[in-house]
Design a protein around this ligand. Sequence first.
Ligand SMILES: Nc1ncnc2c1ncn2[C@@H]1O[C@H](COP(=O)(O)OP(=O)(O)OP(=O)(O)O)[C@@H](O)[C@H]1O
Length: 331
Amino acid sequence: MTISVSRANKRYGDFAALDDVSLDIPAGSLTALLGPSGSGKSTLLRSIAGLDSLDSGVVSINGEDVTRVSPQNRDIGFVFQHYAAFKHMTVRENVAFGLKIRKRPKAEVTRKVDELLEVVGLAGFQTRYPAQLSGGQRQRMALARALAVDPQVLLLDEPFGALDAKVREDLRKWLRRLHDDVHVTTVLVTHDQQEALDVADRIAVLNRGRIEQVGSPDDLYDRPANEFVMGFLGSVARLNGSLVRPHDIRVGRSPDLALAGADSAAAATGVLKATVARVVHLGFEVRVELVNAATGDDFHAQITRGDAEALSLSDGDEVYVRATRVPTIAG
Ligand SMILES: Nc1ncnc2c1ncn2[C@@H]1O[C@H](COP(=O)(O)OP(=O)(O)OP(=O)(O)O)[C@@H](O)[C@H]1O
């Protein structure tokens, strides 16, 4: 189901939480709303759900104007960061809840719940109570419950926000696979750029109640519309005025080495002198923390282990750096 938000405005006092936001979400996509805290992501999601009313603007689902339709009648599944499970019900009863209140036949409820518990990997947990589940299992139960009623649209507000990094990563992969199987149009709110890049096929970047850019992860990463998008999607260094990503910085022992294989990117930033502040081993890659000799600015380069070993860098060493690639900022 296509979701379309057109010229949405929402103010709290004189603060604009949504400032003339328009966004089209294609049917079957997994779209992330990405932005810093307070940028309006949740307000936009809640407006799509009908939980917040807009001051002006239109929300349509599959071409139908639902701006004044109640949340219950929008055919939407919703999962929040802190999911409120029914504590006195088992996993099975929690997942079956929406089907039961819709008075679906018992055989259908049994079949559907079995199927969903299998899909979310909780088949062996159906008689447990929510308190007997891990955080990740509880969020999967929440997703199963939201999916039970075959919603047209699935809205997820930081669904993995409260979980630790490893569990988040597992759940992300799992959500991606689930989405590939089920294809329900999904909108995910996150402030974590890695999560958005990992899981979504489209990302809308929000900032101060406005949409800065909408596109595929590659579009945003390689062709950011402006410096805000570029900086929000990963760390950046400013070399002679150009914004550069850490893994697009070459480090060398001499100006010539830094220049080897020169191209237009090198021309943009030139070769700069820097001092090594710290070398951090991150497994496959090495982060070289640097201080720009001319400006005193801190920045870092991300290089391979092989390159780091060849350079045998130590704290305090003087090196030369230049960009191997400078993204084109459209705006
Ligand atoms: N009920 C409210 N009353 C007043 N201000 C509100 C209300 N709800 C949201 N806001 C303000 O609107 C802005 C956008 O809030 P929103 O929750 O949409 O941001 P967000 O991008 O989801 O942020 P976060 O990642 O921190 O949840 C914030 O500055 C917030 O303080």
